[in-house]
Design a binder for this molecule. Structure first.
Ligand SMILES: [Zn+2]
Length: 471
């Protein structure tokens, strides 16, 4: 009897492996950990008799997706895709459902330390849960009233508009969400070599087909052209004279420079930059049409040249006050303060333009964390620096003044104050209270921000692109 049961178990396991199809969900070993989180099989391939499964860990960001063999699969708890949703071959599984579940789960769990990652706006919904609903509503109304005059009607319609924006990321902007087809869901490049760095890509990028099945792509770190082998790249480097990004160097302080590149004048560079960036940015599709964009590439200088660290792109004209379209610090340079520096620079440009601005949505999980932290630090820095007007007076500052001083858009200022839980209602007015803890945390965080943007090192005059007949 006992033997039979064991036999049965074995046969069930074998059956499961062979009956696994795309769309199945089951526990899968997460490399480098002892965990077996739930994962979905996105694709199956057979290489020289071995089956490989491309899996997406349901509660994790897509950058952890990978090819695994059968040893990493726990076939005792397989959920098969529902029959009415198609045969589960990935391609035919209903796309809408996958988009929804994929993006939402990414968003909710990858930013575990913070609130779900999506635009500022989605804070608002979590704020509501946190009991800030009244404050939220009042502040919103106050803002609308100021903006729109005292008409109740316009208030309502304004709120309606806002909540629409909250629910659906804009599709009309410079970036469009990916069609979630099977190809773009899977990483297609194994490795890139960029200068001295070997970097494992996180996401799909539309490099030409002949580059896709190589063990590594070799990229010139100055002009960003890609080659199939190191030999090819070496030949390229002999001919390539660039030692810095094209365009104008508009900022230099110590070893940090920024170059401004016009997506129309330097199309090939801009396209190659977008391709490279796509390897590390999810849910943003690049436009091959780079004409409407400017690219700000940050470099560090050494005796060999100006090496790219990160960049952001910006629409020449944004009807929605976006001051950043895509933003990325390349992985070897992450967690060193460069992300904040890029963000700080983008607001510095907005200050020169005399405008407030905000990054285009949706932000990546990591992007959102950086922005939240940048906003908090920038606003706290200002709150701690203002002096009271008279003796025994409390310092006074309006939200509009914070916006003017920082070029941070009003919505982002308000959501930051709320996230930090700084706003209190006291004797008929809103006051900002800074606790000792907040202040201590702030000073500690600022100790880590050793590199800052120095506005005196920026040599730049904003262009009015609207006045030009053609970019
Ligand atoms: Zn080159």
């Amino acid at each position: 009897m006992k033997v039979e049961i064991e036999d049965m178990d074995v046969s069930t396991i074998c059956d499961s492996v062979s009956s696994l199809v795309e769309g199945c969900r089951l526990p899968v070993h997460l490399d480098g950990t002892s965990d077996w989180p739930l994962a979905e099989i996105i694709s199956i391939k057979e290489v020289q008799g071995t089956k490989w499964y491309y899996v997406h860990f349901v509660d994790f960001n897509k950058r952890l997706d990978e090819w695994v063999t059968e040893e990493a699969l726990d076939t005792r708890k397989v959920h098969f895709p529902r029959k009415d949703l198609g045969p589960g071959t990935g391609v035919t599984t209903p796309k809408k459902q996958q988009i929804g579940s994929g993006i939402n789960t990414n968003v909710n769990t990858s930013a575990q330390t913070s609130r779900p990652s999506s635009p500022v706006v989605s804070n608002n919904s979590s704020e509501l849960l946190n009991g800030n609903a009244v404050l939220e509503a009042v502040l919103q109304k106050k803002m609308n009233r100021k903006r729109k005059g005292p008409s109740l009607e316009s208030e309502d319609s304004q709120e309606g508009q806002l909540s629409n924006q909250q629910q659906t990321p804009r599709q009309s902007g410079s970036m469009v969400s990916h069609h979630d087809d099977i190809v773009t869901r899977m990483k297609n490049i194994d490795m890139i070599e960029l200068g001295p760095h070997r970097i494992k890509p996180w996401y799909f990028a539309p490099y030409p087909q002949e580059m896709v099945n190589l063990s590594c792509i070799y990229i010139c770190e100055f002009c960003l052209k890609y080659r199939k082998s190191r030999k090819c790249l070496e030949r390229h480097i002999l001919k390539c004279n660039l030692r810095h990004p094209p365009g104008n160097e508009i900022y230099r302080k110590d070893n940090i420079s920024f170059f401004e590149i016009d997506g129309r004048k330097n199309k090939v560079y801009a396209q190659n930059l977008c391709l490279l960036a796509k390897l590390f940015l999810d849910h943003k599709t690049l436009y091959y049409d780079t004409d409407p964009f400017l690219f700000y590439v940050m470099t560090v200088f050494d005796h060999r040249g100006f090496h790219i660290v990160g960049y952001f792109s910006k629409e020449k004209e944004s009807t929605e006050d976006y001051n950043v379209a895509c933003i990325l610090t390349l992985p070897p340079f992450q967690r060193k303060g460069y992300g904040k520096l890029l963000i700080e620079f983008s607001y510095e440009l907005s200050k020169f333009e005399g405008k407030t601005g905000s990054p285009e949505k949706p932000l990546s999980d990591l992007g959102l964390l950086s922005y939240r932290s940048y906003w908090a630090q920038t606003i706290l820095e200002i709150l701690l620096s203002i002096k009271p007007v008279g003796e025994n007076e409390k310092p006074q500052l309006t939200i509009n003044e914070i916006c003017e001083m920082t070029s941070i858009k009003k919505e982002d200022v308000i959501s930051t104050l709320q996230n930090l839980n700084l706003i209190n209602y006291y004797k008929g007015q809103y006051i900002i209270t800074l606790s000792k803890e907040i202040i201590q945390q702030h000073y500690k965080a600022m100790e880590n921000r050793k590199i800052r943007i120095d506005s005196k090192a920026l040599h730049w005059t904003p262009k009015d692109w609207g006045k030009r007949a053609k970019w």
